[in-house]
Design a protein around this ligand. Structure first.
Ligand code: X8Z
Ligand code: ZN
Length: 605
């Protein structure tokens, strides 16, 4: 009987498709609309609970964790419900009859479901609890330096400024202590993340996250290898340059073959730009005078100057923008993020802005996310497609504006530097390369390959730290200050390993992408040198960006790139940008020993 019914329904559907695609579309739409209506309040409640859990961390208080669990379990039960999966699959069987927008929404429903399959409720619940506990441990951690509590901003300042190697080592070591506390939780998450997505047919969690790009794992790894190979000659010169310059700065005669991690101005060695000071541009000094709120307001002014709207009042009221006073009695997540709370107009930033060049760039980055959210929260983009064309697009926009906001003509326009200031262009380019080029072996290399091994290869916990430092050495040419046994878990000191898992290649791709967008804006819209632009007040640039942002995830990302820049994804714009630097570095490095191989060999065993 049941069989007959299925047959009959199948038959009717068949009839419906061959005769009337409109009818199929109408019924599919009804499902999508109902799904969306039920999703939105659950989504909002989950975001609100997560927001509180990330902005108000009280040791020993379980209220937040409980609310997060309840809200996320309710959201998971809905998005992963058997009925929703079945329905989405059923409508997808009639692909040919559906509109492209409907297809994308149904795929989004299935993608979400795979993270929370209702067929394995205990696993999903356990994962939600483990995620909440891990975030709380990471951001509730009491970092200690010389017996005193310190903030990560303070540790970062030492790594940026101090020339006392002993002090640097203490700060670096202090910043890695939290990893030990997170190791067991990571191993638990490794298992739970894999098992949940496996229930819906994905091989592992890394494969699941990569599939969001419409790519296989091998394709993604190839893209990452490609990015690293493209920039390797330049990176090799930067690595040599940094070894020699830093040895000199720290007053040492001997230059180490590999960079000791505590020599670098960043806890993970992902951004070395603080190594260089460009004569005449003392951004840190100027920003110090302006104070932290100015950084966020200025970033908004930049977007507004290009024709974007002012941020909604609720953004200013509800965001958490600055560090907490040390005596607040609670802690907050100290890593910057932007939140689209309700997939509509509740947008917020969580930051700990202090007036430094790094936070100046970060505020532009985060507002990029916020303006993306606002641009696609329109009737044309259904809530289920309110996301970037891909995740890298979302990361690219704000970083692009961050790059533009550091360029000389722009700084002159803001009167942060004198209009006729003569500066050393090469030093400026060097400083930028120490950010954008240095990032690639970290983002496309260390982070991506570590998480690949973690999820796809089931890396055992006792090998976490060893593997981490193997990759650091191979891709970044960075070694730990001293042997670090497997009681440490240095990977877990990086936020994303814990709460943004298996997605870090997003940032590497976003850098490549942002140089493509920037190159297009500079050459075709502003008619300026990409290395010296001033986007300020350019409505045409605003329109170009808005054209990309307002599409959300309604279009294929490759097609959107082609339409907007005329290009496929490639690192040419990025390489061209830094081309003039190669000559300078070769000259500076003459007679120095290069210790990284001439070509990067991939030995991932
Ligand atoms: O995590 C971020 C943003 C938040 S989406 C601040 N970034 C990566 C990082 O800090 O590791 C931006 C660049 C790379
Ligand atoms: Zn971001």
């Amino acid at each position: 009987m049941k069989k007959l019914l299925t047959l009959l329904t199948g038959c009717c559907l068949l009839l419906a498709c061959s005769q009337d695609p409109k009818a199929v579309q109408q019924q599919a739409q009804q499902f999508i609309d109902e799904y969306t209506q039920q999703l939105l309040p659950l989504y909002y409640e989950s975001a609100l609970a997560e927001w509180d859990a990330n902005t108000h961390i009280v040791e020993g208080d379980t209220t937040n964790a409980h609310r997060v669990k309840v809200a996320n379990e309710a959201l998971a039960a809905f998005t992963g419900s058997e009925e929703n999966i079945e329905q989405a699959r059923k409508w997808l069987e009639q692909k040919a009859q559906l509109t492209p927008l409907q297809l994308r929404q149904l795929e989004a429903i299935l993608y979400e479901a795979a993270n929370n399959p209702a067929t394995v409720p205990e696993l999903v619940k356990a994962r939600i609890a483990a995620e909440a506990a891990q975030t709380e441990k990471l951001f509730g951690f009491d970092f200690q330096l010389d017996g005193q509590s310190v903030s990560t901003n303070e540790l970062d300042a030492i790594l940026k400024e101090s020339t006392d190697l002993d002090e640097r080592l203490r700060a670096w070591n202090a910043s890695k202590e939290v990893g030990k506390e997170l190791k067991d939780g990571l191993s638990e998450l490794q298992r739970l993340r894999n098992q949940t997505v496996q229930a819906l047919g994905y091989d592992d969690y890394f494969t699941y996250q990569v599939s969001d790009y419409g790519m296989s794992v091998e394709e993604m790894l190839d893209a990452c290898r490609g990015m690293m190979q493209d920039i390797w000659p330049l990176y090799r010169e930067l690595h040599t340059y940094a070894r020699y310059e830093l040895a000199q700065k720290y007053g040492l005669d001997e230059v180490p073959d590999m960079l000791p991690a505590h020599w670098l101005p960043n806890r993970w060695g992902q951004d070395w730009s603080a190594l260089v000071e460009v004569q005449g541009i003392d951004l840190d000094g100027i920003l110090e005078e302006k104070g932290a709120p100015w950084l966020v307001e200025q970033a908004e002014r930049f977007y507004v100057s290009m024709g974007f709207e002012e941020l909604p009042r609720s953004f200013w009221e509800k965001s958490s923008l600055y560090p907490l006073p040390p005596d607040a009695g609670y802690k907050k997540n100290n890593h910057a993020s932007a939140w689209h709370m309700d997939l509509q107009d509740d947008v917020r930033c969580l930051m700990s802005v202090v007036p430094t060049a790094e936070w100046y760039e970060t505020t532009h980055h985060e507002l990029g996310h916020i303006y993306y959210y606002i641009a696609y929260s329109t009737p044309e983009v259904p809530p289920l497609l309110r996301a970037g064309a891909n995740r890298a697009y979302h990361e690219a926009i704000g970083s692009q504006l961050g790059l533009a906001a550091m360029q000389k003509p722009f700084l002159a326009q803001l009167e942060l530097i004198p209009p006729d200031l003569q500066t050393d262009e090469t030093q400026k380019l060097l400083q930028e390369a120490l950010n954008y080029i240095v990032f690639i072996p970290w983002g496309a290399g260390v982070m991506t390959f570590f998480e690949h091994d973690l999820y796809k290869e089931n890396l055992p916990p006792d090998a976490y730290n060893q593997r981490w430092w193997e990759l650091k050495k191979q891709f970044q040419g960075i070694v730990p200050p001293a042997e670090r046994g497997n009681e440490y878990c240095d990977a877990a000191t990086k936020t994303h390993i814990n709460n943004d898992a298996a997605q870090y290649y997003d940032y590497a791709l976003s850098y490549v992408l942002l140089f493509q967008f920037h190159d297009h804006v500079a050459r075709n819209i502003l008619k300026q040198d990409p290395r010296a632009t001033n986007y300020y007040g350019s409505k045409a640039t605003g329109e170009f960006l808005q054209g990309i942002l307002s599409k959300g995830a309604t279009e294929d990302w490759r097609q959107l790139l082609k339409e907007s820049t005329g290009e496929d994804l490639n690192a040419k714009a990025m390489l061209n940008y830094f081309m003039p630097l190669m000559e300078f570095l070769k000259e500076a490095n003459q007679g120095r020993t290069h210790t990284l191989p001439e070509t990067l060999v991939f030995d991932e065993s």
